[in-house]
Structure formats: structure tokens, C-alpha cells
Design a protein around this ligand. Structure first.
Ligand code: NAG
Ligand code: NAG
Length: 135
């Protein structure tokens, strides 16, 4: 299976982007299905790679529909290293109210792509993912 140039370029762009100041550090928690209703879209099915935004990201609902690339960077406690090497792309469709245990509250499906669910909460890097990168 070959990797074509545009795909490679996309990865390089993501890597460069992820190392700039547009990347933020925070924590990620997760929530379990059912994923609807959501604060952004009610009973619309937005798939499983979704997240709830805490007050740090929510911006009065302006966060709805934004995509983020989230990368696990470590444990928040003494638990064994929980990270998997992948990053996951999620869309903000929900609001995680005050007291939210993470900066970004991932769907269980998204969280399990990047970390061991037993960790509960993890440290992450996150950056907004722009659809124009796909052109
Ligand atoms: C997110 O996580 C919190 C726990 O911090 C939970 O109470 C909340 O209902 C979750 N859901 C969403 C959609 O953010
Ligand atoms: C996930 O973490 C738990 C608790 O630390 C550990 O027992 C388990 O083996 C881990 N699972 C994987 C697949 O690494």
C-alpha cells in the first residue's frame, strides 16, 4: 500500500501544526453512549467521533461543529502509561458543564482510540482541525 503525496503532505501539515502555538494542552475525559441528545444538534446522529466542550472551549456554543485533533500525552495520575500512539479527530457536538472533568470530554469511542479507558482522564494536546487541509 503506497502513500501518495497529498496524503503525506497532510500528515506533515498536521505534524507541523501540532508543534506550533496553535496546539493547546489540557485534559480529556470521556462519556458513554447514548450520545444523543447533544447540546448542539439535539437528536441528530453525529456519529461516534464526537466530544463535549468544557467552558474552556465552548464559547457560548460557537464551538459546535468544530473539529479537533486530540493526542494523548500522558497520565494525570500514577497510573501506568495510558496512551496509544494515534491521534483522534473529533467534532464538538455537546457541552460539558462547569465542573467537567476534562478540557475536552471525548466520546468513549474516541477516547479508546488514543488511550486506555481505565485511565479515566488523560493529558492531551489538542488543535483545531481545519477541513481546508483536505483539499
Ligand atoms: C462529560 O463528562 C462529565 C463528567 O465530567 C459528565 O458529567 C458529562 O455529562 C459528560 N458529557 C458531555 C456530553 O460532555
Ligand atoms: C489498561 O489499564 C489497566 C489498569 O491500569 C490495565 O490493567 C490494563 O492492562 C490496561 N489495558 C491495556 C490494553 O493496556
Amino acid at each position: 500500500m503506497g502513500i501518495n503525496a497529498p496524503v503525506l503532505l497532510t500528515f506533515v501539515t498536521i505534524i507541523c501544526f501540532a508543534s506550533t502555538s496553535y496546539t493547546f494542552q489540557g485534559t480529556a475525559s470521556f462519556y458513554k453512549p447514548p450520545y444523543v441528545p447533544s447540546a448542539c444538534n439535539g437528536y441528530r446522529d453525529d456519529g461516534i467521533f464526537i466530544a463535549g466542550a468544557s467552558d474552556a472551549l465552548w464559547n457560548n456554543g460557537a464551538a459546535c461543529g468544530k473539529d479537533y485533533l486530540v493526542h494523548c500525552t500522558g497520565a494525570t495520575n500514577q497510573a501506568p502509561q495510558p496512551c496509544k500512539s494515534k491521534a483522534v479527530r473529533v467534532r464538538i457536538v455537546d457541552y460539558c458543564p462547569k465542573g467537567c472533568s476534562g478540557t475536552i470530554n471525548l466520546s468513549e469511542d474516541a477516547f479508546s482510540m488514543i488511550a486506555n479507558l481505565s485511565a479515566g482522564v488523560i493529558k492531551v494536546d489538542y488543535a483545531e482541525y481545519y477541513k481546508k487541509w483536505e483539499n
